[in-house]
Design a protein around this ligand. Structure first.
Ligand code: ZN
Length: 345
């Protein structure tokens, strides 16, 4: 198994995010990487830095104007001081357009563009955010390309995470959709790919990107979004559209669900993947499902992660594992170790 991570991914060091009307200290801390790295070491999987694939490699998923915004946003924000304004330490919006498509966005104002491209108040852009997001995406591309080149399994230690990022919008701690980028990379080689997302939050950005596609199956097991981020998507009735009809499955779990309920949903997900007959699989894994995670409303423990590894590894297909959320350091090490032990068994 190969694994990829760039030290540049530590540069993203957010200082704030808004939740329940309060400014909180971010949960996506660089220390998460230490725990995930320790799990890889426990399992004897070495980490290597991904090559620099540049920005063009992102355009298989993201709008070029959005990529340019992410690259320049922090410098432009700081330049507001040249006009007598007092910008905060990070780029964050203070208004949003009614029609949030960038086509309605004044191109010259970083304030207006922040509202177009940053979908909520949990994705601040600081001095290291762009570099970290770019290198996080490169880790996903490196893992996918390794699998395209014949490696059975690869893991991308992606930080920041990606599955809430849309074509032209950041949200939920996510800037570039690493999972979608990995799937797009695989599709060129394999033609038919399944994505299984087991983060506590619905993978809305990933679902939306592939929603009209027949060549990518998207399956997400997550906490019921009726009272949980991302609220507006993640329901069972969202099954895909047009050519992608019946190529999207959401398996929301009641809040408080534990290993029994998760493993039951996992069984449904594996059956759906089997029916789709993919040639390769992307597993988007988040450990914010863990029972003691600060953002969790689920009650999972290590058996769920080990069983996920067993069943997904048991598909016998080329596999890319992409790291999504998970904010309790101890649980990250435990969870990833259990998952890898299941995959490698
Ligand atoms: Zn999450």
């Amino acid at each position: 198994m190969k694994a990829f991570f760039s030290p540049d991914q530590l540069l993203h060091d957010p200082r704030q995010f808004m939740r329940l009307g309060r400014i909180h200290k971010p949960t996506d801390r660089p220390a998460r990487v230490e725990a995930l790295s320790a799990a890889l070491a426990d399992c004897g999987v070495p980490l290597e830095a991904p090559p620099d694939f540049g920005e063009e490699a992102l355009e298989c998923v993201h709008d070029p104007d959005y990529i340019e915004f992410l690259r320049q946003a922090y410098a432009r924000w700081q330049a507001l001081a040249d006009n007598g304004l007092q910008p905060g330490i990070e780029v964050l919006p203070n208004l949003w357009p009614y029609n949030d498509r960038p086509s309605s966005c004044p191109p010259d104002s970083i304030i207006a563009q922040a509202g177009c491209y940053l979908g909520d108040l949990s994705c601040p852009i600081g001095p290291g955010t762009w570099t970290s997001a770019l290198r996080s995406a490169h880790a996903a591309i490196a893992a996918a390309r390794a699998v395209c080149d014949g490696v059975d399994r690869a893991y991308a230690l992606c930080r920041p995470s990606g599955h809430h990022a849309h074509v032209d919008r950041a949200s939920g701690f996510c800037y570039l959709n690493n999972t979608a980028i990995a799937a797009q990379t695989l599709i060129r080689a394999f033609g038919r790919v399944a994505v299984l997302d087991i983060d506590a939050h619905h993978g809305d950005g990933t679902q939306h990107f592939f929603y009209h596609r027949a060549d990518v199956l998207t399956v997400s097991i997550h906490a019921d979004p009726r009272n949980y981020f991302p609220f507006y998507t993640g329901y069972e009735y969202e099954t895909g559209d047009g050519p992608g009809d019946c190529c999207n499955f959401n398996l929301p779990l009641a809040h408080g669900s534990g290993d029994v309920e998760f493993v039951q949903a996992l069984g449904h997900a594996i059956k759906a993947i089997g029916r789709f007959q993919p040639k390769a699989v992307v597993l988007a894994v988040g450990f914010d499902t863990y029972k003691d995670d600060p953002l969790s409303v689920l009650r999972l423990d290590w058996p769920s992660y080990r069983q996920t590894g067993r069943l997904v590894g048991g598909l016998g297909l080329p596999l890319v594992v992409v790291q999504e959320g998970g904010y309790m350091t101890g649980a990250l090490r435990l969870g990833l170790t259990a998952l890898l032990e299941g995959i490698l068994a």
